[in-house]
Design a protein around this ligand. Sequence first.
Ligand code: FMN
Length: 109
Amino acid sequence: MYRLFYVSSARPDMQSIDIDTLVNAASMKNPSLGITGALGYDGKRFAQILEGAKEDVLALMDVIRSDNRHSGIVVMDEKSVEGRVYDGWGLKQLDGLIFEHFESAMAEA
Ligand SMILES: Cc1cc2nc3c(=O)[nH]c(=O)nc-3n(C[C@H](O)[C@H](O)[C@H](O)COP(=O)(O)O)c2cc1C
């Protein structure tokens, strides 16, 4: 099991409705990829955690990197882990960007 945390800058014309659309689509797709995770958005930036088999997380990350709805993607942390923090979630939508949330999720085994 692998867990990856990145931050990025949202394209300036993104609206909250666009974020809802993005999260809905990802929530449907992630379970079929064996991926769980969470996405935060504060109106300017995204922060996301993806969990799953390492090759699946990295393959999805390649797709997400080339998405023009954001730029300046910086991987903050990535590591092998024992279990999932977001079990049962395709993509959990978080209100705002609370770094402690992402950091404590990354600290889980
Ligand atoms: C900030 C951000 C987070 C994303 N997160 C996911 C995700 O968790 N899962 C996913 O499948 N696509 C995610 N996407 C969308 C992908 O970049 C891509 O558009 C989508 O996977 C394409 O799906 P499709 O091939 O079914 O059209 C994200 C895009 C952005 C901008």
